[in-house]
Design a protein around this ligand. Sequence first.
Ligand code: EPU
Length: 426
Amino acid sequence: MTSGQETRYLVRGGNPLQGTVFVQGAKNAALKMIAASLMAAKGRTVLKNVPVIEDVRRAVELAQTVGAVCKFHEAERTLVIDASDLTSSVLPEEIAQRFRASVLFVPPLLHRLGEATIEGIGGCNLGSRMLDFHYRGFARLGAVVEEQETQIHIKADRLRGAHLYLDTPSHTGTENLIMAASLAPGTTIIDNTALEPEVLDVIAFLTKMGARISGGGTGFVTVEGVDELTAVEHTVMADRIDAAVFAMAAAITGGELSLVGASLEHFGVARWKLEQMGVEFATHGAILQVRRDKQLRPINVITDTYPGFATDLQSPMMALSCLADGTSYIRETIFDGRYNLAGELNKMGAKVEVAGNAALVHGPSVLHGTEVIAHDLRSGIALILAGLAAEGETIVAPGYHIDRGHAEIASRFATLGADIRSEVVS
Ligand code: EPU
């Protein structure tokens, strides 16, 4: 896999961030759209505002591996995909093992080639992250799913509409089953669907392609299968997690930032939690102003599906709480294994105690720079935030995890006055 050389980030803290930053396009919408574009049997799909991140590069590689012709104009953040000739139904291990969203390529392969083989499935190291809703859903739609030791093989001459139920409102599960149902003759009803804004953007994209989907945002989606989907142009929504990370960067450094393209509405509960801590927001058209000049107050956070407090912001929030004046309480309910950040923050002088799925963060701490490990994307960006507030130099590695989800993080922070650079590890 072309994941490039190993890199690490070097951060010297202490500068309050000031200035204007552009929020990237949403990773968790763009990845689904890249897969969905393979359902158009002719024409070229044009996706705009695509974030230039490693996960997108993996998705593009996967699309190319199965035969799509892709041109990622990175400077323009525009991706052009021509999926007229799909040639392979195999999602190879070298990509699929590190890129869990590979499962999103199953619906287009089933519809176009009648089968899909996933040779491994990976992604963030986030404890038990099952994909059973996806496979059970494909089976309910008429596919035969065979789990072998090292691969999963899914076969379907033709999918057919069915009534599906998700045990929990899985974000990717919802999108994947909507995709699968879009070209399945008949009516598909999916109960207990996810409400995340990215799901609505994916539905908007599929609808432009010709899909007939209703009920997005209600928890109950109906899809009427159509005969074909066509290639269209679409602009990916702004990334609410990237936006909130920059808001927290303003907060942790005691700075003031203008976030271009951020939607405060998409922050969900994170907005109220940050305000409770003493962060101030003001919206001016497409610009969200964020500042923090008072002592941060401790906070109580329980992660939940949208509009609850996003699990992807739990790690950055843990870093921010280290500076709060008192003990913060955090409970993770979506993913287990999302607390390996605690040990890394403690190396920097934080006092984080973990008990089961709860964490107590005793603040305020004076953080000091040291070498720390990014165990996954969100803990990686949280350590960058901690580094921005720490005395001395913080070295965060591997940089790949951060680059999976945040575009040009060093240069975007440096423009705001941060002392940060990335370096290739020899
Ligand atoms: N789950 C199952 N079976 C399934 C699917 C999910 O048990 O078939 C469980 C998971 O194990 C987890 C919970 O349900 O405990 C929620 O999982 P969900 O399916 O909602 O998560 P996801 O779709 O795999 C997406 C994002 C994640 C984000 C979560 C929650 C993408 C590509 N990934 O994952 O993003 O944390 O929703 O919002 O959209 C990230 O960006 O860093 C990231 C991990």
